[in-house]
Each structure stands twice: as structure tokens, then as C-alpha cells.
Design a protein around this ligand. Structure first.
Ligand code: PFF
Length: 453
């Protein structure tokens, strides 16, 4: 049987732009700094980097291998490669995770558009923290306005996905990622030159080991999975679009490094200013929406910096939402033979409904809870803390135990074109270390294991 050639990214740069575009997102610029602020700074950063290297890199490599070997969406790849049909469930779980992540992600993405609008129209001027906090609460708990922005953002994402893998995803990320890098470097440079900013850098880079406990480890692991877009088939889908001659190991190193550097740069852009202006670093998800506008208002050139910052946040979000939507669309077109347009419409409507639930849970539905969590918190926690790590375990177990060692090595070496000096270490990690480490942290989270600390 001759196989139809699969659509693919056109260039190596396109692969890195698209995969790093998926990885770099609200997770780096919105979530990472506040998680770090909540979990004590440098200690969190250290654990985070360990999680990226020991857990993130092997999982990403495994996902690329599964995707490129299977030449299909996550559900299709597991079905084709697995000895048992049940493996397909892992792929399906990934597609469900994509839906749930999109459910709250598009809401926050919509907020970034409102904040660009506010920045441009001088909305932060002469407001103190209390006034900005009130403005944020008023806006996010409003019924119509956030849903309006969310809809616009979803339409933008859908438009890019309809344009296709090469003309939509690759082309747009190749423009947006360099722009993003430029803005974040400029913001970082600005922040470190602020008088009084060194305390912020100390907070960020000085590890206070007494702050490390099992919650910090779980948060760092969840953050690593979320930030690198792992455990839910996104990198399987993108892996299936990588040409056979591209070096997967190198791509993983490039994407994980870029993602980590950008998260650290975001923290460098934020914490010196937080400390310079005497603001509490541990205030959680509202950090960038309340603290930063306050800082920009007090900073020279704050008008421009604030616009730049929220444009950055919006671009980062967009390159991630397109990857999340592509996971669902690839599955619907390949498994259910829907046309690309129909698949985009169908999935966007589903996401729109989830998004409404998440958005309203910040306001009129704030007392509607499931397991004590609002819809917004539920979508976030279930995916980052349970589904993504669980997916990571199953994917590494699959690559390590269910796939033939020779097939994995051939994929990594592009049929002998590259030396895979790291192969033994990689295999050892995905067979014994990565899944077990994720499992222990997960058990701890679910309260089933003995607390480690
Ligand atoms: N990695 C993205 C971020 O850091 O914001 C979030 C994300 C995108 C998670 C795509 C999962 C995914 F498939």
C-alpha cells in the first residue's frame, strides 16, 4: 500500500518556531512568574529546571518520536503503533486535555486584548494598586466584555488553523516568535536597569532551600508540563509534521531551552520591578494584570512598555492556542474524516462553550463549584496537575516499553543520518526514571502516597 505523503512544516526554522510557539505562552509570562512568586523564588526555579531536564526533555522527545513514527494525530498514532487498541485512549485523553486547556486559556488570552486596549487608551494612568485591582475584578467578573474578547481571540486562532499547517501555523509563528523574543529582551533589559531592582533578581536567583516541599515540587512539575505543552499530544501532532530528515534531539534541546530562557526572561522583566516598587511578589494569578500596570504607571516610558508587554502576552498566547486547536482539528479530520473547516468550526464551538463557563466562573458563576473548584480552576488544575503528568507517564512508558528500541533509535537518528550518543541515557530515563518520578509526585498530590516532606 502506498502511503499518501503527510503535510509537513516546510523548514527546520519553521519546526522550531511552531513548537517553541506552542511552548512559549501564557504559561511562561503569566503563570511562571506568579508560581515562582508563590513558591519562594530561586528554590522553585531550581526545581523547575530539574523538572525540565529530567522529565520535560524525555517526554518531549518521546512525543516527537511517537508523532513522526505514527504519522498521525495522537489518537491515530497510538492506534497505529500500539499493540493494543486501548493505547488509543491515551491519544483521546490528550485531545480532551486540549479542549479543557483551551476552555480557560482563551479566557485569559482575551484578557490580554482588553489590557492592550487599556494600555493604548491610557487606562492605567494615576491608578493605585487598589484601583487597578478593583478594575481587574470589575472587568474579569463582567459577563459580556471578557466573553467578547475571548470570542475575538478564538476567531483569530480559528482563522490561522483554517489556513493550514504551513501557510497558517508555520508562517504566523515565524513572524510572531522573533517579535516576541525582541520584546521580552527589551523588557528584561529595562527591568534590570531599574534602581532598586537587585532585590528582585536576588529573589529570583537565590535558592532558599527551606522553601522546598512536596507542593513546590508538584507545582514546578505541573508548570514544566504546562509550559512545554507536554503530556497531551500537542508535540505528537507537531512531531507528525516534522520531516523525516530533521534532527529530533536537536529540536527538543532548542525548544526546551527557548521556552526556559523566555520564562526566566519574563521573571527578570517582572520581579525587579515588583521589588523596586515594593509590591508583594506572591499574589498569584493577578500578578501581571494588577501589579504590572501599577509599575508601568510609575515608570518613565511606561506607556510604551505597557503596550509592549501586553502585545507580548497576546502574541505568546496566540502561538499556543493555535497548537491546542490543531491537536483537536488533526484528530477530527483524520479520525472522523471531517473537512478542516468543519473540524475548526465544530471544535471552536465546543471551546466557546467551555470558555463561557470559565469566564462566568470569575463573576456570576463564582459560587458554582465542582470538587470545590470553579470551572476556571477546575480546567486549569485537572489538566496541569493530573491529565498532563498522567499523559507524560503513559507516553514515556509507551515509547520506552511498547515501541521497538530499534524503531525509536532509527527515528532519532533519521535512519542513521545523525549520531544519537544520548540514546542509552534517554532510554534509561523514559523506562525507569521519568515515569516513576512523575508517578511519585502525582501520588503525593492525590494524597495517596506518604508525604515525602
Ligand atoms: N505551553 C503553553 C504555555 O506555556 O502557555 C500552554 C500549552 C499550549 C499547553 C499547548 C499545552 C499545549 F498543548
Amino acid at each position: 500500500m502506498t502511503q499518501k505523503k503527510r503535510i509537513s512544516f516546510g523548514s527546520k526554522l519553521g519546526v522550531v518556531a511552531a513548537a517553541a510557539g506552542s511552548a512559549v505562552g501564557l504559561g511562561n509570562i503569566w503563570r511562571f512568574p506568579y508560581e515562582l512568586g508563590l513558591s519562594g523564588g530561586g528554590a522553585f526555579l531550581l526545581i523547575y529546571i530539574l523538572c525540565v531536564v529530567l522529565l520535560g526533555m524525555p517526554v518531549m522527545l518521546s512525543e516527537f518520536v511517537i508523532g513522526r513514527l505514527g504519522q498521525a494525530n495522537p489518537a491515530g498514532a497510538f492506534r497505529k503503533l500500539g499493540s493494543h487498541r486501548k493505547w488509543q485512549l491515551v491519544g483521546i485523553m490528550g485531545v480532551c486535555s486540549s479542549f479543557l486547556i483551551m476552555g480557560f486559556y482563551v479566557v485569559v488570552s482575551g484578557w490580554t486584548m482588553e489590557y492592550i486596549f487599556q494600555a493604548v487608551s491610557n487606562g492605567f494612568v494615576n491608578k493605585d494598586t487598589a484601583a487597578l485591582s478593583q478594575a481587574f475584578t470589575d472587568f474579569s467578573s463582567n459577563t459580556a466584555r471578557p466573553i467578547g474578547w475571548m470570542t475575538l481571540f478564538l476567531l483569530l486562532t480559528a482563522g490561522i488553523i483554517i489556513a493550514g499547517v504551513e501557510k497558517g501555523i508555520e508562517k504566523s509563528t515565524k513572524i510572531m516568535m522573533p517579535l516576541l523574543l525582541l520584546i521580552i529582551v527589551a523588557l528584561g533589559l529595562r527591568a534590570v536597569t531599574l534602581p532598586g531592582g537587585t532585590d528582585g533578581l536576588k529573589f529570583l536567583f537565590y535558592p532558599d532551600f527551606s522553601k522546598i516541599n512536596s507542593t513546590v515540587i508538584l507545582n514546578a512539575m505541573g508548570q514544566a508540563f504546562f509550559s512545554l505543552s507536554l503530556g497531551m499530544g500537542c508535540m505528537i501532532t507537531y512531531g507528525s509534521y516534522i520531516k523525516k530528515e530533521n534532527n529530533l534531539g536537536k529540536t527538543v534541546v532548542q525548544v526546551t531551552s527557548l521556552d526556559t530562557v523566555i520564562a526566566v526572561l519574563a521573571a527578570i522583566a517582572i520581579f525587579p520591578a515588583v521589588f523596586a516598587f515594593g509590591i508583594n511578589p506572591g499574589q498569584g494569578p493577578t500578578l501581571v494584570f494588577i501589579t504590572l500596570p501599577n509599575i508601568f504607571d510609575q515608570m518613565t516610558g511606561g506607556y510604551i512598555w505597557s503596550i509592549l508587554f501586553f502585545v507580548l502576552l497576546c502574541i505568546a498566547a496566540l502561538t499556543s492556542t493555535i497548537s491546542l486547536l490543531e491537536v483537536i482539528v488533526a484528530c477530527l479530520t483524520e479520525e472522523f474524516k471531517l473537512s478542516r473547516i468543519k473540524a475548526v468550526i465544530f471544535s471552536s464551538v465546543g471551546i466557546f462553550i467551555l470558555g463561557i463557563c470559565a469566564s462566568l466562573s470569575m463573576g456570576v458563576w463564582s459560587d458554582v463549584t465542582v470538587f470545590g473548584l470553579t470551572f476556571f480552576e477546575l480546567f486549569d488544575s485537572v489538566t496541569a496537575k493530573i491529565l498532563m503528568p498522567l499523559g507524560g507517564i503513559l507516553m514515556t512508558v509507551f515509547a520506552g516499553w511498547a515501541l521497538k528500541k530499534e524503531a525509536v533509535e532509527a527515528e532519532l537518528s533519521s535512519a542513521g543520518n545523525y549520531k544519537v550518543t544520548y540514546f542509552k541515557i534517554y532510554l534509561f530515563l523514559i523506562k525507569y526514571i521519568t515515569p516513576v518520578a512523575i508517578f511519585i509526585v502525582l501520588l503525593n498530590e492525590l494524597g495517596l502516597g506518604k508525604p515525602l516532606f
